[in-house]
Ligand binder design. Structure first.
Ligand SMILES: [Mg+2]
Length: 218
């Protein structure tokens, strides 16, 4: 079965922006008077802003004071925005894969936990007209791993999420897409994504073919 639409994750799937999030999160921990660990960092791949603050505060042993977390969230958004302005590298094969999907005529959505303001600052790293619609983290009630972002992307395209193929790199993103009912093509970046019969894995986007998209729907 051919997917009715292709829903793309951004960070770690199309852009190597998780590297920039790593820089920003290590700096944030230092800014808050603590130290980020590799384990905590990896657990945050694909997370929403709210989750990032909750996890960082807990990891650093800080009181989860809403005001302090809001200030910290603002600091992180500002820093990632600066890093995004400088641009992120595309993941290997990203442009070719975007072109393949476009030329095959699939409706496409960008579905990301990153907020609109930050997405607008980094999207210049993927020059081209690749997406019919975009859904950002601050445009849904609950970010990934909740199904909201993928359900919204499918809704905007006028298709059922169960007929869509999501392309994701993180456990958080895969959980969101599966909760929405999408089939998922997993292209792991840095975080390990557990195997499951419903998930189709590929090492990278390099050499992606139409048949890969169709096979991932089975
Ligand atoms: Mg991702």
């Amino acid at each position: 079965m051919r997917p009715k639409a292709v829903l793309w994750d951004l960070d770690g799937t199309l852009l190597d922006s998780e590297k920039l999030w790593t820089i920003a999160l290590y700096e944030l921990a230092e800014h808050l008077g603590g130290t980020m660990t590799h384990e905590v960092r990896v657990s945050l791949y694909g997370s929403s802003g709210v989750t990032m603050q909750r996890v960082v505060f807990a990891a650093l042993g800080l009181e989860p004071d809403p005001e302090a977390m809001a200030t910290s969230d603002k600091w992180l958004k500002n820093r990632i925005g600066e890093l995004f302005d400088a641009g992120a590298e595309a993941r290997p094969g990203a442009f070719e894969a975007l072109r393949l999907v476009r030329e095959a005529g699939f409706p496409t959505a960008l579905v990301t936990n990153t907020q609109r303001a930050q997405v607008d600052r980094v999207i210049h790293s993927l020059p081209g007209d690749w997406f019919d619609v975009t859904v950002c983290g601050d445009e849904v009630a609950h970010g990934k791993p909740a199904p909201d972002p993928y359900l919204r992307g499918a809704e905007l395209l006028g298709v059922a999420a169960t007929d869509c193929l999501a392309i994701e790199d993180s456990p958080t993103g895969v959980a969101s897409a599966e909760a929405a009912g999408c089939r998922v093509l997993v292209i792991p970046c840095d975080a390990v994504v557990p195997d499951s019969p419903s998930r189709v894995f590929r090492e990278s986007l390099v050499g992606l073919e139409l048949s890969d998209l169709v096979n991932a729907m089975h």
